[in-house]
Design a protein around this ligand. Sequence first.
Ligand code: SAM
Length: 387
Amino acid sequence: MGFFTELQDHSEVKLSILEKYTIPWMRKIILNRFGPRRCLLIDGFAGKGIYDNGKKGSPLIMIEAAMDFYNQSVQNKWSEPGIFIFLNEWDPENQKSLISNIERLGFETMDNNLFSSSDYKTITIVVENKTFEEFLTDILKGIKSGNSLIPSFCFVDPFGFSSTPFRLFKKYLENENSELLINFIYEHTNRFIRHPNEKIRDQISDHMGLVSLDQLSEKVANLSSIERKQIIIETYTSNILNETEAIYVRHFDIKKNGKTKMILFHVTKNINGLKLMKETMWKHDETGQYVYNDKEQMVQLDFDTILSNDKEAHIKLLSKQIFNNYTGLKNISIEEIEAFTLVESIYPITNFTRPALKILEEKGVINNFKGRSKAKSYPPGTLMDFS
Ligand SMILES: C[S@@+](CC[C@H](N)C(=O)[O-])C[C@H]1O[C@@H](n2cnc3c(N)ncnc32)[C@H](O)[C@@H]1O
């Protein structure tokens, strides 16, 4: 069965995260009073656009999100959003299908690889047929020296590890407000880490941003599969944090039949991007582990009840973490506590931080509130003491 015959469940969750993230991301960028009101969506491994079973692939998700956002803007009488969508697909046959799927949405070509629509005047789509490396390098080369790309989000969804060199991400992340969602093909990376072929080992090392793979392969040699995964995730995360300008990295594990197939890494410099992605990922796995397992998902028929019980436990846990972090400190703002939740805990802010504070207030361990008019409310600017 070919990849595009049917969208498999575990790939569907990857695309669902992309779909749930794209519109709120565009809203945040474009409706920002101080921002440029323009944004760029990049899909480096776009595929055909639609699977044979009718499900949408990443480029169509991006285009339809842009169209929805454009319609919302017109309805709300906001100025028309400038949305650029740069797509790339290396296989010529796939690229042909992609183009006809774009045309079906009413976009026409103006100049061989440029598409626009009279109904969506400020959406511009570019479709390239290059390797990912050439594609991204060309985008970055087009930036005038001293300038930056407009705010951009780049989705990277390869089949393996050989075409996503780390140095490209490093260069891309030099741009202001640039974000990545990388589908890290864990299964192959893990399997080939000790491959006898040096070329393959070099590709993995390039992909992970390592000088040499030897150290990592020695480190994971006799470990259990869970420990191996932990080390591989930690290595990739710390390379991103240490070697690029990104500030926040979160990952989401995607399993098929109980085994990790791929890991989505979200990489950003912007705390609002982190906030949005944590909320999006959380919706796809409310157990707090940020894992999707196609097998389990099917048997969890009573998922909602399980979650409503678990959520209370999570909020209690967060309240303990907040208390431990601020014990004895005075005049702590709600904004600081939210930032702590976001960066230091596994939880999203919405529906977690305030209920956790409520528990602490009921216990009497936070007090002396300033800047609020009623008990157990924490409007922006509220200050509190921790005993
Ligand atoms: C996992 S699929 C992408 C699926 C797509 N994102 C979706 O949601 O439907 C990977 C795609 O990358 C293409 N591809 C393979 N090697 C490539 C390379 N070096 N550069 C760009 N595209 C490549 C393949 O032809 C394939 O269509």
